[in-house]
Design a protein around this ligand. Structure first.
Ligand code: NDP
Ligand code: 8X3
Length: 252
């Protein structure tokens, strides 16, 4: 992993940030993206200082193809070894007839178009043994009440993951997806538009996944021998046996 180059979208918080830290510990150079420039800068400074790696930051919105193209063109390296398609979000948790159009558009544009736009621009920089890891969700494997559009976008990520693998196999590019259950990040605060009290309730009474658990899975997937591709990995809290069941207050 030392000296290789990984591009991680959505590295300003949660899972993306933790994947960046994990790869930094083994000497992988990083290209980190997100919309919050100050956070990107402070993550860059701290990882460069602590691990002696090179970090390039690119501040752009994955929903805007012109921006994606412009910033990916600024990448100083001619080659990308790993692309972690992580940027994503849920907005709202409402029955289909109550859902907000702007929430739907934001999820569709970020979770689906974002992966397509970034991948379209990064794949030309990838060669044999490069590897794309798409962060899907248990919501891409099952549908839960009021999850409608978010679940739909993550089902699309699941489909794109399979499609990318077929299309890119001839170039020797590996393609994997990791589908987590509940991870305590800024995800629920974003979903409930800053309502931290409501967000915190999601994780009450059971041991949720931590971003580091997902980062360890990403690391494991990237570290398989070159003839081994992990297609799909679903990682759940022990207390969450499926998307819509969380066993609270029983010590799990
Ligand atoms: P966070 O909210 O902590 O992180 C989301 C990241 O995505 C941030 O770095 C954010 O950066 C970035 N992002 C969001 N929208 C955009 C955009 N339009 N352009 C560029 N970057 C964007 O949540 P998580 O770490 O939990 O989420 C990471 C991924 O994991 C998502 O795809 C999510 O769907 C998935 N996931 C999360 C689970 C959970 O329970 N937390 C479970 C299963 C999957 P910035 O705001 O700076 O742009
Ligand atoms: C995030 C997990 O179950 O909140 O993708 O949809 S869930």
């Amino acid at each position: 992993m030392r000296g290789k180059i990984a591009l991680i979208t959505g590295a300003t918080s949660g899972i993306g940030n933790e994947v960046a830290k994990k790869l930094a510990t083994v000497g992988t150079n990083l290209i980190l993206t997100g919309r919050r420039e100050k956070r990107l800068e402070s993550i860059k400074l701290s990882l460069e200082k602590e691990y002696g790696i090179e970090v390039q930051t690119l501040c752009f919105d994955v929903r805007n193809f012109k921006e994606v193209k412009k910033y990916i063109n600024q990448i100083t390296s001619k080659h990308i070894d790993f692309l972690i398609n992580n940027a994503g979000l849920a907005m709202g948790l409402s029955s289909i007839e109550d859902g907000k159009i702007d929430h739907w558009e934001s999820m569709i544009d970020t979770n689906i178009k974002g992966i397509l736009y970034v991948s379209k621009c990064v794949i030309p920089l990838m060669t044999k043994h490069s590897h794309i890891v798409n962060i899907g969700s248990i919501a891409g494997k099952e549908v839960y009440a009021n999850g409608n559009v978010y679940c739909g976008t993550k089902h699309m990520v699941d489909a794109l993951n399979k499609a990318f693998r077929i299309d890119l196999a001839k170039k020797g590019i590996k393609v994997s997806a990791i589908h987590p259950g509940a991870v305590d990040t800024e995800f629920s605060t974003v979903r409930f538009e800053g309502d931290k009290e409501r967000a915190d309730k999601v994780y009450l009474g059971f041991e949720n996944l931590l971003p580091v658990d997902v980062a360890e899975s990403v690391f494991w997937v990237l570290n398989q021998p070159k003839h081994v591709n992990i297609n799909d990995l679903v990682i759940m809290p022990t207390a969450q046996p499926n998307a819509s069941t969380i066993l609270r207050n029983i010590g799990l």
